[in-house]
Design a binder for this molecule. Structure first.
Ligand SMILES: *[C@@H]1O[C@H](CO)[C@@H](O)[C@H](O)[C@H]1NC(C)=O
Ligand SMILES: *[C@@H]1O[C@H](CO)[C@@H](O)[C@H](O)[C@H]1NC(C)=O
Ligand SMILES: *[C@@H]1O[C@H](CO)[C@@H](O)[C@H](O)[C@H]1NC(C)=O
Length: 327
């Protein structure tokens, strides 16, 4: 190979390596599909929900309730919609006049004139003075509709807004990495009952935190003590965080992973397993001791994600750069 051929060869190698790396990086969550022409990720939800629930679920997933910027984006997303959920006739889109009747805005408060709109004839009509949320059918036609009805919806995440939490291998930067434990944790300070807390972690693609040993309990105790308590106006159980164990099926205390809870007795409050058969859900006192609670009690809660095992080999940095998204 002469030097000119070698140069061309190297440039080609570099370019293909580069484009391979770029393509690889376009990852947000397993349940989202990247659409190249829109530089964004989308998920068509198969479970219908009210408008405000839909907004909340997208936010927990790290994204936003979808509305189209223009007709091209509508068509691109329609093709995903028809490929993945062909039976869904219409969806809620992120447009509403809930704040002030007649003033339609996007959920991130942009004027409607900036985005794709295509009202059906004689719409919006605010029928019975009760229609503040916008539905769109597969023709892209829009109608104002009742926010409290349950409809399917689509969430969207732009590539531009994507940040990557390298240690935790996820896009959510609220998760705090602990290298000794090999897990990432997030304290949620919106009180929820145990089953809703379980769901909130799952929607974030994580799990209620499982405490296996004293090191984990002590670390979580430290985390909770260092977290200032926010002002919460509603009633909730103070002094504990819901974590990932329960006896809801009266099969004995088990973790959310389905394995028996076999932590040291000293980790249980009062050094003994809970006995009350009306308190079947697991929580942790601020000092890291485990206690049972009624599953319908609202309290703060902790989600966890397994971290990526760190390696100290010379190739680890290169691999990280190839495999994980960086903002
Ligand atoms: C990071 O997450 C992705 C998607 O969930 C997964 O496919 C990959 O195996 C994970 N990488 C590591 C090193 O755990
Ligand atoms: C938790 O709250 C939800 C409403 O947010 C309710 O539907 C559910 O039944 C409650 N779970 C328990 C175990 O009380
Ligand atoms: C990796 O190397 C750094 C510095 O050489 C060291 O501080 C760190 O503890 C090592 N991490 C692991 C997991 O061995």
């Amino acid at each position: 190979m002469d030097s000119k051929t070698l140069l061309v060869f190297l440039v080609v190698c570099f370019l293909s390596e580069f484009s391979y790396g770029q393509r690889d990086k376009k990852f947000f969550r397993k349940d989202y599909t990247y659409i190249e022409s829109e530089q964004s990720f989308y998920k068509v939800h198969s479970v219908a929900n009210t408008f405000n629930e839909a907004k909340r679920i997208c936010a927990l997933e790290g994204s936003m309730l979808f509305y189209a910027e223009d007709v091209e984006e509508f068509k691109a997303v329609l093709s995903l919609w028809q490929r993945t959920q062909p039976l869904i006739p219409w969806v809620f889109v992120g447009l509403t006049d809930q704040m002030s009747e007649g003033l339609f805005e996007t959920v991130d408060r942009r004027p409607m004139s900036e985005v794709y709109t295509h009202w059906q004839r004689n719409q919006p009509d605010n029928s019975k003075d009760n229609e503040d949320c916008v539905c769109m059918d597969y023709l892209g036609t829009m109608n104002d509709y009742i926010c409290e009805t349950k409809n399917h919806f689509i969430c969207k995440k732009t590539l531009q807004s994507l940040e990557w939490n390298n240690n935790c291998n996820m896009s959510n930067s609220d998760y705090i990495y602990n290298q000794d434990i090999g897990k990432c944790y997030k304290l949620h300070t919106t009180p929820m009952n145990w089953t809703d807390a379980y769901a909130a972690c799952r929607i974030e693609s994580t799990s209620l935190a499982v405490i296996n040993n004293r090191m984990e309990a002590d670390y979580l105790a430290k985390l909770t003590e260092n977290t200032p308590e926010p002002l919460v106006s509603e009633q909730y159980l103070q002094g504990v965080y819901h974590v990932g164990f329960h006896n809801r099926f009266l099969e004995g205390w088990q973790t959310v992973e389905g394995t028996p809870m076999n932590v040291d007795a000293e980790l249980w409050f009062n050094n003994k397993l809970p006995q009350n058969h009306y308190e079947e859900c697991g929580s942790m006192f601020f000092n890291g001791r485990l206690v049972s609670n009624s599953c319908n009690m609202k309290s703060f809660f902790i989600c966890e994600q397994q971290a990526i095992p760190t390696t100290n080999t010379s190739t680890s940095t290169e691999q990280n750069e190839e495999n994980y998204m960086q903002s």
